[in-house]
Ligand binder design. Structure first.
Ligand code: NDP
Length: 446
């Protein structure tokens, strides 16, 4: 067996029952063959073995009481994966499916994504199997306070800077920050995704979705094309999906689907700015279901338990969760003439789907590149906090645009250098790996 196979085998055996982690590691390492053939020093320094081992993992109990005085407990996690490039950075996810393997997959991906942003950021991920659905504001607050009481021992503005992810939005970041501040006795930039009124960066909520669409526009431009007039399917109805849809509409595309954990809406007339504003209000403020959309906008249909991939489109943007677009879905999308797939979520396409897109030669961008705009603006939030100042919306937007363009160019030129022009998976993985691996070598065996 070769070096890559040996390390993968070791991961599969040692970290058994962590399938998402295996999937993420396999995808990255399989791309590295042409690099490792040229550069034996990575094997000499045993970089692959060291990269799959997080720097440290914290697992803790989170006790809390509901509004009726009943006692509950959940499990909390923080996986500090790699800080070769800067302080650990990565979101917190509150969702019942959270377990160690999911945290490790997300933390591993984050290391590479953060390396691509051009900013000095290491990679981490955390969260809990707590389900925010159906909980009152007070219950969410009590949970966040208890979670932070433990987490605060491990984080700090130059150590580890968490942010939001699924189930953790500005409300949760507010409660987490409030408790952090109280325990640390400091008002600093330890969390990102804060509201602009109290230390947040303008454009942070929009950054992942906007960045995704800027990236997609860069991709289309390589084929002399744009989003103007393109039919687009979007999955999810959360932070990433909403802002991706907003940006598609502004760029002249037509968004015909969105989804949540209940099912998918299909609006053949297009979800325009007004309809999207209704979705945002309904999901973010009323915390309602997407199925209510069809009561309001009668020409749309609701498909319970379904995802958007059977709807014909030019561009598809999976923005909900991991493994939500399978090989079968990819075959349908390709049959319907899809030209571009860009991942807003982390690892939403299964390996079979990715392979199908690559074989077909369509434009396909992995999440670690296409959704890096969120963490990039989190990095900008850290800079603003460190200098005790803030940039205007225009300044942040210009920086985000230029970061997404730089990520795109870096990936394209790396893919070309390794003989695979237009292969965004290979380009992203090699470009990110080299940056992290070289820093690890420079910093010695630790
Ligand atoms: P949100 O919690 O705001 O939204 C998630 C959306 O996906 C919701 O509509 C939710 O449905 C749906 N969803 C979640 N889990 C499932 C599931 N298992 N099956 C079907 N639908 C599901 O999260 P974000 O928008 O922040 O994150 C979405 C994705 O983007 C994640 O993969 C995240 O890791 C990734 N990401 C997020 C970044 C950010 O800045 N927020 C940055 C980079 C990546 P419902 O409304 O019913 O809960």
């Amino acid at each position: 067996m070769g070096y890559i196979e040996d390390v993968l085998q070791h991961v599969y055996e040692r970290d058994a029952a962590q399938p998402e982690f295996h999937q993420a590691v396999t995808e990255v390492f399989e791309s590295l063959r042409p690099l490792l053939d040229r550069q034996p020093r990575y094997q000499q320094h045993r970089i692959l073995e060291r990269m799959v081992e997080p720097d440290r993992i914290m697992i803790f109990r989170v006790g809390w009481m509901d509004d009726r005085g009943r006692v509950h407990y959940n499990r909390g996690y923080r996986v500090q994966f790699n800080n070769a490039l800067g302080p650990y950075k990565g979101g917190l996810r509150f969702h019942p499916t959270v377990y160690l393997g999911l945290m490790k997959f997300l933390g591993f991906e984050q290391v590479f994504k953060n390396a691509l942003t051009t900013l000095p950021l290491g990679g981490a991920k955390g969260g809990s199997d707590f389900d925010p659905k159906g909980k009152s504001d007070t219950e969410i607050m009590h949970f966040c306070q208890s979670f932070m009481t433990e987490l605060c021992r491990y984080i700090g503005p130059d150590t580890d800077v968490p942010a939001g992810d699924i189930g953790v939005g500005v409300r949760e970041i507010g409660y987490l920050f409030g408790q952090y501040k109280r325990l640390a006795n400091e008002f600093n930039g330890t969390l990102t995704g804060k509201k602009p009124g109290w230390g947040g960066s303008l454009l942070r909520p929009e950054a992942t979705g906007y960045g995704l669409i800027y990236f997609a526009e860069e991709m289309l431009a390589t084929r002399g094309d744009s989003l103007q007039g393109k039919i687009c399917t979007v999955s999810g109805a959360g932070s990433v999906a909403q802002h991706a849809a907003e940006r598609i509409i502004r760029s002249g595309g037509k968004v015909v689907t969105m989804s949540d954990s209940g099912g998918m809406i299909h609006d053949p007339d297009g979800i325009d700015a007004e309809k999207l504003a209704w979705i945002m209000e309904h999901k973010n403020v009323e915390r309602g279901r997407l199925s209510d959309y069809v009561e309001r906008f009668r020409r749309a249909t609701y498909h319970e338990g379904q995802r958007p991939w059977s709807v014909p489109c030019h561009c598809a943007f999976p923005c909900a969760t991991q493994n939500e677009l399978t090989g079968g879905d990819a075959a349908v999308l390709l049959k319907n003439g899809v030209q571009l797939v860009a991942e807003g979520a982390n690892m939403p396409c299964t390996p079979e789907a990715v392979e199908a897109f690559l074989q077909a030669g369509i434009l396909y961008a992995p999440g670690k590149a296409a959704n890096a705009g969120g963490v990039a603006v989190s990095g900008l939030e850290m800079s603003q906090n460190a200098m005790h100042g803030s940039w205007t919306r225009e300044e942040v937007e210009a920086r985000l645009r230029s970061i997404m363009a730089e990520i795109h160019n870096n990936i394209r030129s790396t893919a070309e250098e390794y003989g695979k022009p237009g292969h965004y998976v290979l380009g992203a993985n090699i470009a990110a790996f080299v940056k992290v691996a070289d820093a690890m070598i420079d910093q010695g065996v630790v």
